[in-house]
Design a protein around this ligand. Structure first.
Ligand SMILES: Cc1cc2nc3c(=O)[nH]c(=O)nc-3n(C[C@H](O)[C@H](O)[C@H](O)COP(=O)(O)OP(=O)(O)OC[C@H]3O[C@@H](n4cnc5c(N)ncnc54)[C@H](O)[C@@H]3O)c2cc1C
Ligand code: SF4
Ligand code: SF4
Length: 374
């Protein structure tokens, strides 16, 4: 029997309309016929099929055999074990709740890089190293729209140290960084790094294991960010401003460490209970099982007790060789993870919490790993 041609019709009914879709945009950038577009208005962050060529729920190119969108999707059917095997050569064990990998604490040694980074500036140091050593031509990251004062996160292409530093730090609204892929390619980039939360960090593996052509070959490095959720843009006017009088333009930095830490341009820090932010959780995050960006080459987070250090999970051979090169060149210093046992325990706890979100109607793998019965 000929293999089933899995196309937009299946992606739409099994992922988009069921709430599994994270809005990562892998399907949009993989589509060779340009019939998928991306809706980021009013907190939606979802792909949609244009009215021509099949309408909202079907695709005439799919009817003729195109399967690129389902091959790109890191939430389609048995995505997790497929990508696990591709990335690390085996499925994860039930006790590997945060995915396969070794944990280390890392910090950029360059004062400017460390200062502009969200935690230890590790991700920025890694991007600068990869760009300056020709390992990648460009990276897909998240910048801030316009002069930055709106705090709206937007996908961006960076090619230099200055551009990396201009886009460092974290925004807690969603940024589908893969959407910057066409711009990077139009500028001639052939080898790309992708920075993104778990949803996006799984996309290169999905594309590669399902042999999705050029885009799979171009995304040579996946850098993941630990992530429990992102928030709708409405959090700025409706929570920060309405309840705390914090206008977007006056915010200098945001971080989440047990509370929402909002630092204003006058240097004052305002701690906002996370419970108050829950109502602004982005819909695409509600069923996400991946806290620890488990299919990245290296995943980075800020859960350590030691401020100004990035907790790094080294997951692949490429990730290991990059970390070794960063340490050897002096761009990064590391500490053993057992210097911060609470961070390691917290990683497991937060990963387990995310895994429990995975619904029973979907492929059982992500729900099985590390998640005791609800
Ligand atoms: C939405 C979000 C939620 C997070 N939640 C947690 C968490 O719960 N626990 C935890 O330990 N860590 C979390 N992190 C990771 C943490 O905030 C830092 O990104 C991480 O520790 C790396 O720090 P760094 O100093 O090495 O990064 P930096 O050197 O500052 O580099 C950060 C990189 O992230 C990119 N980026 C910034 N915002 C976004 C965005 N919205 N979408 C995609 N890319 C972006 C930047 O462009 C830059 O390339 C989250 C990050 C984000 C963006
Ligand atoms: S999860 Fe990503 S690839 Fe899958 S349907 Fe949603 S946007 Fe497309
Ligand atoms: S929780 Fe984080 S990793 Fe999961 S879908 Fe939301 S943004 Fe992506």
């Amino acid at each position: 029997m000929a293999p089933e041609k899995l196309q937009w019709r299946e992606l739409f009914s099994e992922v988009v309309t069921t709430g599994l879709c994270t809005g990562c945009a892998a399907c949009v950038v993989a589509c060779p016929h340009d019939v998928l577009e991306y809706d980021d208005a009013a907190g939606r962050y979802q792909p949609f099929h244009v009215e021509a060529d099949g309408g909202a729920s079907d695709c005439t190119h799919g009817q003729r055999g195109c399967t690129l969108c389902t091959r790109a999707c890191p939430r389609f059917r048995t995505w997790e074990p497929e990508i696990d095997v591709h990335r690390v050569g085996r499925e994860r064990r039930a006790d590997e709740v945060a995915g396969v990998g070794d944990i280390v604490l890392a910090r950029a040694t360059d004062a400017e890089v460390a200062a502009s980074g969200q935690d230890g500036g590790f991700v920025s140091a890694l991007l600068i190293h990869a760009l300056e050593h020709g390992l990648v031509d460009a990276a897909l990251v998240s910048g801030r729209e316009g002069d930055g004062t709106s705090w709206r996160a937007v996908p961006a292409v960076v090619r230099s140290r200055a551009e990396v530093l201009a886009t460092s730090g974290s925004r807690y609204t969603y940024s589908a960084n893969l959407l910057a892929y066409p711009d990077a390619v139009a500028e001639g980039a052939e080898r790309l790094a992708l920075v993104g939360m778990g949803c996006a960090a799984s996309a290169p593996g999905a594309l590669q294991v399902r042999k999705a052509g050029k885009i799979a070959r171009r995304l040579v490095l996946s850098i993941g960010l630990l992530c429990s959720k992102t928030f709708d843009d409405a959090i700025f006017p409706e929570l920060f401003e309405a309840r705390y009088g914090l206008a977007r333009a006056d915010i200098a930095k945001m971080n989440i460490k047990g509370v929402f830490q909002v630092t204003t341009t006058d240097g004052a820090r305002h701690d906002i209970p996370l419970a108050e932010a829950q109502a602004f959780t982005r819909a695409g995050c509600r069923l996400c099982p991946d806290f620890a960006a488990e299919h990245a080459d290296l995943s980075a987070g800020g859960i350590g007790a030691l401020d100004d250090w990035t907790l790094v999970v080294v997951r692949t051979e490429l990730g290991r060789s990059l970390l070794d090169a960063l340490v050897a060149s002096g761009a990064v210093v590391t500490r053993a993870a057992d210097e911060d046992p609470r961070a390691v325990a917290l990683l497991t706890r937060l990963a387990r919490t995310s895994r429990r979100r995975w619904p029973d109607f979907a492929d059982p793998h992500p729900g099985r790993t590390g998640a005791p019965p609800r």
